[in-house]
Design a protein around this ligand. Structure first.
Ligand code: PMP
Ligand code: GLN
Length: 410
């Protein structure tokens, strides 16, 4: 039987096939490896935490109240209103809930519908590298070219930690007349980097200069440990060309609910809805009012979610450092990047395959967030991403196991 379709052709070109068959994502593969080996899963970014009680109770109540049929394609009005109110209260951004807000099946669908609606063959889509793996797959599907700007790496002379950053000039130079979309992920997966104001301003300036659209992926917007998140859309000149994407998954510890959204000027929302309606039409009826309730929580409830996570970031990051990994301290998100070259491990992808059986711990190799032949891939070759959105006891046990693993290699 011929199973060749557009995706298979794209995937073949992007190296996402093995023996002609699509490979599962690195997250699916590493979670399966954790299950089959019994290793502790610091790989895939899903939390051990429960959602806030108010959010969980609202979902249960919505199911009991019979809110179980197709919601409107654009999303439940209560959720669209809550998204607009949240953007206004936190960031001072005004969006019309009827024409400038679209509810999606996770940020995943928002990203897919946006790129499929707005990008065509011959265009370029610009991202930082490393990048969230879905970006390369989606850009491939549109037939556009994926252009990347590698993060810079340095060592902090005092702490010895890894410091990742963006070379502003290199970022500016990567724009051209072919740049259709600059896809900006801040806070950033896998590194936890938050882009500085001057970098955001450079992106807006270049997008204006080359008439490019800006798409932002802000799914970690509330999980920040120092500076609060600032959406790119608030910068002067940004709003009219920006699609801002976020999700309930990380903020409320409900990654399985798959409720995401985007905000943008109405012409962009209309174009993106044109694709979204043929992908899923709509989803998650009883979860939508529950997420609306979550977005309306007061600031102290949001702060509580982050406080807890910050403690686990500190636990994991300090623990990995003590064991002998060079670590990059994340400013936000779920993940710490650690370099294993101190243990003679130059190939993080190979190490990630062995670590579950050698140490009883699963991590994601940074190579999964790179094009194999890019310059940034070399910097990241010996690096792994460890998730700290897991329970304190899981992190402590993982650190003990990694310490024992490292002890014979120091
Ligand atoms: N973007 C980034 C940067 C992510 O880490 C993830 C995973 N949560 C997504 C998008 C997908 O989000 P969702 O689970 O809401 O589809
Ligand atoms: N965003 C999650 C991560 O980075 C994974 C999401 C997925 O499995 N598709 O770990």
């Amino acid at each position: 039987m011929d199973v060749t379709g557009p995706w298979i052709r794209t995937a073949a070109a992007a190296g996402l096939l093995r023996d002609g068959v699509p490979l599962p994502t690195v997250f699916a593969r590493m979670s399966a490896l954790a299950a089959s080996t019994g290793a502790l899963n610091l790989g895939q970014g899903f939390p051990d935490d429960d959602p806030p009680a108010l959010v969980a109770d609202a979902a249960v109540a919505a199911i009991r109240e019979g809110r179980n049929q197709y919601p409107p394609g654009a999303g439940e009005p209560t959720l669209r209103e809550a998204i607009a109110a949240h953007q206004a209260a936190w960031y001072g951004l005004d969006w019309d809930p009827d024409t400038e807000v679209l509810v999606t099946t996770g940020a995943t669908e928002a990203l897919a519908a946006t790129l499929l609606a707005l990008v065509q063959p011959g265009d370029e889509v610009l991202t930082l590298e490393p990048f969230y793996d879905q970006y390369a797959a989606l850009i491939g599907l549109t037939g556009a070219t994926h252009r990347t700007v590698p993060l810079t790496s340095a060592t902090d002379p005092v702490s010895g930690d890894l410091v990742l950053g963006v070379d502003e000039q290199q970022l500016r130079d990567a724009f051209s007349a072919r740049t259709r979309v600059v896809l900006v992920n801040t806070p950033h997966n896998p590194t936890g980097l938050m882009l500085e104001q001057s970098v955001l301003a450079a992106i807006v300036e270049q997008a204006q200069r080359y008439d490019a659209l800006i798409v932002t992926d802000e799914v970690y917007e509330h999980l920040t440990f120092g500076q609060p998140h600032q959406p790119l859309a608030v910068l002067p000149g940004a709003r009219e060309r920006t699609v801002s994407i976020s999700s309930a998954g990380k903020t409320f510890a409900v990654t399985g609910w798959k409720i995401g959204w985007l905000t943008a000027p109405s012409a962009l929302v209309t174009a993106i809805t044109g694709v979204k309606q043929w992908l899923t039409y709509t989803s998650g009826a009883p979860f939508q009012p529950a997420v609306a309730a979550g977005l309306g929580m007061d600031r102290s409830a949001f702060a509580q979610l982050t406080e807890d996570l910050r403690e686990r970031r500190d636990l994991l990051t300090a623990g990995l450092r003590d064991i002998g990994f060079q670590v990059a301290v994340p400013a936000a998100g779920y993940f710490t990047v650690a370099d294993a070259s101190q243990f003679g491990e130059a190939d993080g992808a190979a190490l990630a395959e062995r670590l579950p059986t050698e140490a009883g711990v699963v991590a994601i190799p940074l190579s999964a967030f790179h094009h194999a032949d890019s310059s940034g891939a070399q910097d990241s070759a010996s690096r792994l991403r460890f998730a700290f959105c897991k329970s304190r006891s899981t992190i402590e046990q993982a650190l003990e196991r990694l310490d024992a693993w490292a002890a014979v290699r120091r």
